[in-house]
Design a protein around this ligand. Structure first.
Ligand code: 7PJ
Length: 290
Protein backbone atom coordinates (compact mmCIF):
# COMPACT_ATOMS: atom_id res chain seq x y z
CA UNK A 1 0.00 0.00 0.00
CA UNK A 2 1.41 3.39 -0.95
CA UNK A 3 1.54 5.65 2.07
CA UNK A 4 0.82 9.29 1.41
CA UNK A 5 -0.62 11.90 3.66
CA UNK A 6 -4.01 13.27 2.81
CA UNK A 7 -2.63 16.62 1.66
CA UNK A 8 -0.67 15.12 -1.24
CA UNK A 9 -3.67 13.62 -3.02
CA UNK A 10 -4.65 14.99 -6.46
CA UNK A 11 -6.31 18.33 -5.79
CA UNK A 12 -7.91 18.67 -9.22
CA UNK A 13 -10.14 16.09 -10.83
CA UNK A 14 -10.85 16.41 -14.55
CA UNK A 15 -14.53 15.52 -14.99
CA UNK A 16 -15.19 15.78 -18.74
CA UNK A 17 -15.76 19.48 -19.46
CA UNK A 18 -15.58 20.35 -15.79
CA UNK A 19 -12.64 20.64 -13.46
CA UNK A 20 -13.41 19.71 -9.85
CA UNK A 21 -11.24 21.50 -7.31
CA UNK A 22 -10.72 19.18 -4.35
CA UNK A 23 -8.23 21.36 -2.53
CA UNK A 24 -11.13 21.93 -0.11
CA UNK A 25 -14.17 19.78 0.78
CA UNK A 26 -17.04 19.76 -1.71
CA UNK A 27 -20.68 18.81 -1.44
CA UNK A 28 -22.42 16.38 -3.78
CA UNK A 29 -26.20 16.81 -3.90
CA UNK A 30 -28.34 13.69 -4.24
CA UNK A 31 -30.94 13.67 -6.99
CA UNK A 32 -32.95 10.50 -6.89
CA UNK A 33 -35.02 9.71 -9.94
CA UNK A 34 -36.35 6.45 -8.59
CA UNK A 35 -40.07 6.38 -7.84
CA UNK A 36 -39.28 4.55 -4.58
CA UNK A 37 -36.51 6.86 -3.32
CA UNK A 38 -36.97 6.36 0.40
CA UNK A 39 -36.24 9.81 1.69
CA UNK A 40 -37.86 11.88 -1.03
CA UNK A 41 -41.00 9.78 -1.12
CA UNK A 42 -40.71 9.72 -4.92
CA UNK A 43 -41.47 13.43 -5.19
CA UNK A 44 -38.56 14.13 -7.51
CA UNK A 45 -39.27 11.63 -10.26
CA UNK A 46 -40.86 14.02 -12.73
CA UNK A 47 -38.34 15.54 -15.10
CA UNK A 48 -39.17 19.19 -14.44
CA UNK A 49 -39.12 18.69 -10.74
CA UNK A 50 -35.75 16.94 -10.96
CA UNK A 51 -34.32 19.90 -12.86
CA UNK A 52 -35.74 22.37 -10.33
CA UNK A 53 -34.38 20.33 -7.44
CA UNK A 54 -30.90 20.19 -9.03
CA UNK A 55 -31.02 23.92 -9.67
CA UNK A 56 -31.77 24.66 -6.03
CA UNK A 57 -28.98 22.34 -4.84
CA UNK A 58 -26.51 24.12 -7.14
CA UNK A 59 -27.69 27.49 -5.81
CA UNK A 60 -27.04 26.19 -2.29
CA UNK A 61 -23.47 25.37 -3.21
CA UNK A 62 -23.45 21.78 -4.50
CA UNK A 63 -20.37 21.14 -6.67
CA UNK A 64 -21.75 17.90 -8.11
CA UNK A 65 -25.23 16.52 -8.71
CA UNK A 66 -25.42 12.75 -8.28
CA UNK A 67 -28.20 11.20 -10.34
CA UNK A 68 -29.43 7.75 -9.40
CA UNK A 69 -32.07 5.75 -11.26
CA UNK A 70 -31.69 2.53 -9.34
CA UNK A 71 -32.68 2.32 -5.70
CA UNK A 72 -29.87 0.77 -3.67
CA UNK A 73 -31.66 1.08 -0.36
CA UNK A 74 -31.51 -2.10 1.72
CA UNK A 75 -33.79 -4.76 0.24
CA UNK A 76 -34.22 -3.07 -3.16
CA UNK A 77 -33.84 -5.05 -6.40
CA UNK A 78 -32.14 -3.74 -9.55
CA UNK A 79 -34.45 -2.11 -12.12
CA UNK A 80 -34.47 -3.27 -15.76
CA UNK A 81 -31.82 -1.59 -17.94
CA UNK A 82 -34.27 0.23 -20.20
CA UNK A 83 -36.10 1.65 -17.21
CA UNK A 84 -32.86 2.96 -15.71
CA UNK A 85 -31.87 4.55 -19.05
CA UNK A 86 -35.32 6.13 -19.45
CA UNK A 87 -35.17 7.58 -15.95
CA UNK A 88 -31.69 9.03 -15.90
CA UNK A 89 -30.73 10.07 -19.43
CA UNK A 90 -33.28 12.87 -19.87
CA UNK A 91 -32.21 14.27 -16.49
CA UNK A 92 -28.51 14.11 -17.41
CA UNK A 93 -29.21 15.94 -20.68
CA UNK A 94 -31.16 18.74 -19.07
CA UNK A 95 -28.76 19.29 -16.17
CA UNK A 96 -25.80 19.39 -18.53
CA UNK A 97 -27.40 21.57 -21.21
CA UNK A 98 -29.55 23.90 -19.13
CA UNK A 99 -27.59 24.19 -15.89
CA UNK A 100 -24.05 23.33 -17.05
CA UNK A 101 -23.93 21.07 -13.99
CA UNK A 102 -21.20 18.62 -13.10
CA UNK A 103 -23.28 15.46 -13.10
CA UNK A 104 -22.27 12.21 -11.53
CA UNK A 105 -24.11 9.04 -12.48
CA UNK A 106 -24.94 6.57 -9.70
CA UNK A 107 -25.06 3.36 -11.74
CA UNK A 108 -23.52 -0.11 -11.99
CA UNK A 109 -24.31 -0.66 -15.67
CA UNK A 110 -21.77 -0.13 -18.45
CA UNK A 111 -24.55 0.76 -20.88
CA UNK A 112 -25.79 3.56 -18.61
CA UNK A 113 -22.22 4.80 -18.09
CA UNK A 114 -21.67 4.94 -21.86
CA UNK A 115 -24.94 6.73 -22.64
CA UNK A 116 -24.59 9.17 -19.77
CA UNK A 117 -21.00 10.10 -20.60
CA UNK A 118 -22.00 10.64 -24.23
CA UNK A 119 -24.55 13.17 -22.90
CA UNK A 120 -22.02 15.07 -20.85
CA UNK A 121 -21.99 13.39 -17.42
CA UNK A 122 -18.72 14.16 -15.64
CA UNK A 123 -18.30 11.37 -13.11
CA UNK A 124 -19.25 7.74 -12.52
CA UNK A 125 -20.38 6.67 -9.06
CA UNK A 126 -20.76 2.91 -8.80
CA UNK A 127 -21.77 1.40 -5.47
CA UNK A 128 -20.66 -1.98 -6.94
CA UNK A 129 -17.21 -0.63 -7.84
CA UNK A 130 -17.34 -1.69 -11.50
CA UNK A 131 -17.87 -5.38 -10.67
CA UNK A 132 -20.84 -5.91 -12.97
CA UNK A 133 -19.98 -7.32 -16.42
CA UNK A 134 -18.93 -4.59 -18.84
CA UNK A 135 -18.77 -1.82 -16.24
CA UNK A 136 -14.98 -1.72 -15.91
CA UNK A 137 -14.53 -1.43 -19.69
CA UNK A 138 -17.25 1.21 -20.06
CA UNK A 139 -15.85 3.30 -17.23
CA UNK A 140 -12.34 3.05 -18.66
CA UNK A 141 -13.57 4.12 -22.12
CA UNK A 142 -15.48 7.10 -20.72
CA UNK A 143 -12.29 8.76 -19.50
CA UNK A 144 -14.26 10.03 -16.49
CA UNK A 145 -13.36 9.82 -12.80
CA UNK A 146 -14.91 6.89 -10.96
CA UNK A 147 -16.01 6.62 -7.36
CA UNK A 148 -15.36 3.08 -6.13
CA UNK A 149 -17.26 2.12 -2.99
CA UNK A 150 -17.04 -0.71 -0.50
CA UNK A 151 -20.14 -2.89 -0.21
CA UNK A 152 -20.50 -6.30 1.38
CA UNK A 153 -23.11 -8.31 -0.56
CA UNK A 154 -25.81 -6.70 -2.69
CA UNK A 155 -28.58 -4.26 -1.70
CA UNK A 156 -31.08 -7.16 -1.71
CA UNK A 157 -29.22 -8.95 1.11
CA UNK A 158 -26.47 -6.65 2.43
CA UNK A 159 -28.14 -5.81 5.74
CA UNK A 160 -28.81 -9.47 6.63
CA UNK A 161 -26.35 -9.95 9.50
CA UNK A 162 -23.21 -8.39 7.98
CA UNK A 163 -20.11 -9.94 9.52
CA UNK A 164 -16.38 -9.21 9.15
CA UNK A 165 -13.40 -11.40 10.10
CA UNK A 166 -11.06 -8.42 10.45
CA UNK A 167 -11.61 -4.88 11.76
CA UNK A 168 -13.98 -3.06 9.42
CA UNK A 169 -11.46 -0.41 8.36
CA UNK A 170 -9.00 -3.14 7.32
CA UNK A 171 -11.68 -5.04 5.42
CA UNK A 172 -12.71 -1.89 3.56
CA UNK A 173 -9.12 -0.85 2.80
CA UNK A 174 -8.31 -4.36 1.53
CA UNK A 175 -11.34 -4.36 -0.73
CA UNK A 176 -10.54 -0.92 -2.11
CA UNK A 177 -6.92 -1.88 -2.72
CA UNK A 178 -8.12 -4.75 -4.94
CA UNK A 179 -10.57 -2.49 -6.77
CA UNK A 180 -7.86 0.13 -7.37
CA UNK A 181 -5.61 -2.56 -8.86
CA UNK A 182 -8.42 -3.86 -11.11
CA UNK A 183 -9.19 -0.34 -12.29
CA UNK A 184 -5.56 0.37 -13.05
CA UNK A 185 -5.24 -2.93 -14.93
CA UNK A 186 -8.25 -1.91 -17.04
CA UNK A 187 -6.64 1.42 -17.92
CA UNK A 188 -8.31 3.67 -15.35
CA UNK A 189 -5.47 5.70 -13.97
CA UNK A 190 -5.18 6.03 -10.23
CA UNK A 191 -5.62 9.79 -10.42
CA UNK A 192 -9.12 9.20 -11.83
CA UNK A 193 -10.29 7.35 -8.71
CA UNK A 194 -12.31 8.50 -5.72
CA UNK A 195 -12.71 6.11 -2.77
CA UNK A 196 -15.81 5.60 -0.65
CA UNK A 197 -16.09 3.61 2.61
CA UNK A 198 -19.69 2.73 1.69
CA UNK A 199 -21.49 3.69 4.89
CA UNK A 200 -24.60 1.56 5.34
CA UNK A 201 -23.71 -0.95 2.64
CA UNK A 202 -23.42 -4.30 4.42
CA UNK A 203 -22.53 -2.74 7.76
CA UNK A 204 -24.06 -2.67 11.20
CA UNK A 205 -24.26 0.60 13.07
CA UNK A 206 -21.11 -0.32 15.07
CA UNK A 207 -19.26 -0.88 11.79
CA UNK A 208 -20.35 2.49 10.42
CA UNK A 209 -19.33 4.36 13.57
CA UNK A 210 -15.96 2.66 13.77
CA UNK A 211 -15.25 3.20 10.09
CA UNK A 212 -15.92 6.92 10.32
CA UNK A 213 -13.76 7.21 13.41
CA UNK A 214 -10.89 5.28 11.81
CA UNK A 215 -10.62 6.44 8.23
CA UNK A 216 -6.83 6.59 8.17
CA UNK A 217 -6.33 3.26 6.32
CA UNK A 218 -8.48 4.81 3.58
CA UNK A 219 -6.85 8.24 3.47
CA UNK A 220 -3.47 6.44 3.30
CA UNK A 221 -4.22 5.59 -0.35
CA UNK A 222 -3.65 9.26 -1.12
CA UNK A 223 -6.87 9.48 -3.16
CA UNK A 224 -9.90 11.69 -2.55
CA UNK A 225 -12.49 10.18 -0.20
CA UNK A 226 -16.23 10.50 -0.70
CA UNK A 227 -18.51 9.88 2.29
CA UNK A 228 -22.27 9.39 2.14
CA UNK A 229 -24.22 9.19 5.38
CA UNK A 230 -27.08 11.62 4.75
CA UNK A 231 -30.33 10.46 6.39
CA UNK A 232 -29.00 6.92 6.70
CA UNK A 233 -30.21 4.44 9.28
CA UNK A 234 -27.03 4.77 11.38
CA UNK A 235 -28.43 8.19 12.40
CA UNK A 236 -31.86 6.73 12.95
CA UNK A 237 -30.43 3.98 15.15
CA UNK A 238 -28.15 6.14 17.31
CA UNK A 239 -30.59 9.04 17.77
CA UNK A 240 -33.92 7.20 17.37
CA UNK A 241 -35.02 9.65 14.68
CA UNK A 242 -37.26 9.03 11.66
CA UNK A 243 -35.77 9.86 8.27
CA UNK A 244 -37.17 13.41 8.17
CA UNK A 245 -35.48 14.30 11.49
CA UNK A 246 -31.93 13.21 10.69
CA UNK A 247 -30.39 16.48 9.52
CA UNK A 248 -28.61 17.48 12.77
CA UNK A 249 -27.14 13.98 13.06
CA UNK A 250 -26.15 14.11 9.39
CA UNK A 251 -24.38 17.46 9.82
CA UNK A 252 -22.37 16.04 12.71
CA UNK A 253 -21.35 13.11 10.50
CA UNK A 254 -20.47 15.32 7.52
CA UNK A 255 -18.35 17.51 9.80
CA UNK A 256 -16.58 14.51 11.21
CA UNK A 257 -16.02 12.98 7.77
CA UNK A 258 -14.26 16.16 6.63
CA UNK A 259 -12.20 16.27 9.81
CA UNK A 260 -11.18 12.65 9.16
CA UNK A 261 -10.13 13.42 5.57
CA UNK A 262 -13.18 13.22 3.26
CA UNK A 263 -13.16 15.70 0.37
CA UNK A 264 -16.64 15.01 -1.02
CA UNK A 265 -19.75 14.56 1.11
CA UNK A 266 -22.84 13.16 -0.58
CA UNK A 267 -26.02 14.61 0.95
CA UNK A 268 -29.69 15.43 0.48
CA UNK A 269 -29.56 18.72 2.44
CA UNK A 270 -27.01 20.75 0.52
CA UNK A 271 -27.28 24.26 2.04
CA UNK A 272 -26.83 23.28 5.70
CA UNK A 273 -24.06 20.82 4.78
CA UNK A 274 -22.12 23.43 2.79
CA UNK A 275 -22.07 25.66 5.88
CA UNK A 276 -21.11 22.79 8.18
CA UNK A 277 -18.19 21.63 6.02
CA UNK A 278 -16.97 25.16 5.26
CA UNK A 279 -16.94 25.94 8.99
CA UNK A 280 -15.09 22.69 9.71
CA UNK A 281 -12.60 23.46 6.96
CA UNK A 282 -11.91 26.95 8.32
CA UNK A 283 -10.87 25.40 11.61
CA UNK A 284 -8.74 22.72 9.93
CA UNK A 285 -6.98 25.37 7.85
CA UNK A 286 -6.24 27.81 10.65
CA UNK A 287 -2.62 28.76 10.72
CA UNK A 288 -1.96 27.73 7.10
CA UNK A 289 -1.51 30.16 4.21
CA UNK A 290 -4.17 28.42 2.10
C1 7PJ B 1 -24.11 6.05 -1.45
C2 7PJ B 1 -24.11 6.10 -2.83
C3 7PJ B 1 -22.89 6.25 -0.74
C4 7PJ B 1 -21.86 6.55 -2.90
C5 7PJ B 1 -26.10 5.66 -2.14
C6 7PJ B 1 -28.51 6.52 0.17
C7 7PJ B 1 -28.34 5.21 -0.50
N1 7PJ B 1 -22.99 6.35 -3.56
N2 7PJ B 1 -25.37 5.85 -3.25
N3 7PJ B 1 -21.79 6.50 -1.53
N4 7PJ B 1 -25.38 5.79 -1.02
N5 7PJ B 1 -20.73 6.79 -3.58
O1 7PJ B 1 -28.22 7.59 -0.36
O2 7PJ B 1 -29.00 6.47 1.31
O3 7PJ B 1 -22.77 6.20 0.49
S1 7PJ B 1 -27.80 5.29 -2.20
Amino acid sequence: MIMQDRYTMPAQLRCGRHQLDLSYPRVMGILNVTPDSFSDGGRHNALDEAVRHAESMLAEGAAIIDIGGESTRPGASPVPLQQELDRVLPVVERLVNELDALVSLDTSRGEVMREASARGAGMINDVRSLRWPGALEAAAMSGLPVCVMHMLGEPTDMQRAPHYEVPIEEAVAGFLETRIAECEAAGIRRDRLVLDPGFGFGKRVEHNLRLLNRMQPLTDFGLPILAGMSRKSMIGKVLARPVEERLPGGLALATMAVERGARIVRVHDVGPTVDAVNMTWAVLQEGTDA
